[in-house]
Design a protein around this ligand. Structure first.
Ligand code: CA
Ligand code: CA
Length: 179
């Protein structure tokens, strides 16, 4: 799957649950996804997320990049969290348990890398770490938290904004079957 996302469609959620498109050029670039690429290969699942700007750029922020992977049997997520105030970045592969909570999945061969200057991140994992699925569906989004004062959000597969009752909900792409 190769899906382009328009730029400058960054959403600003409000405390009252509504949301609106951000029009502040200082911020619209930094949480702006421009492309999601997902591949369900013979042996590995791969993804790449392109951004309009350096994925680490920000001021006093915590950025949370999330890939959601739905399979015919389970739900997984890959998180990349970057703390601007020291601490750097952390990434993980997690699986949703029957209690609805996500737990880390031990996965030998899981790779994650950020090419900050080239404005993208990518990861890949052996299919075995995802339960050797028949198919997968994938989506991605970013939540840029500006110390509680202002938040910014972009979903890779949705353009614009859901105005009412905004909540973080990653839009999933079509089923991808192993070749
Ligand atoms: Ca975008
Ligand atoms: Ca979008």
């Amino acid at each position: 799957m190769w899906a382009s996302d328009v730029s400058q469609d960054v959403v600003r959620p409000s405390a009252d649950g509504s949301a609106y498109l951000s029009d502040d050029p200082q911020y619209t670039g930094r949480a702006d996804i421009t492309r999601l690429k997902a591949l369900h290969g013979l042996y590995r699942v791969k993804a790449r997320l392109d951004l309009a700007d350096d994925p680490h750029r920000g001021y006093d922020t915590e950025k949370d990049y999330r890939f959601e992977i739905r399979t015919d049997a389970d739900r997984f997520e890959v998180h990349y969290t970057y703390f601007d105030l020291g601490g750097g970045g952390e990434y993980s592969l997690r699986k949703r348990g029957s209690d609805g909570l996500y737990q880390d999945v031990p996965c030998y061969g899981f790779n994650f890398e950020v090419e900050a200057e080239r404005h993208f991140m990518r990861w890949s994992a052996p299919r075995s770490c995802l339960g050797r699925p028949t198919w997968i569906r994938m989506g991605a989004d970013v939540f840029d938290c500006f110390c509680g004062a202002d938040d910014f959000y972009d979903d890779a597969l949705t353009t614009g904004v859901r105005v009412d009752e905004w909540q973080r909900r990653t839009t999933l792409g079509p089923r991808l079957r192993r070749p």
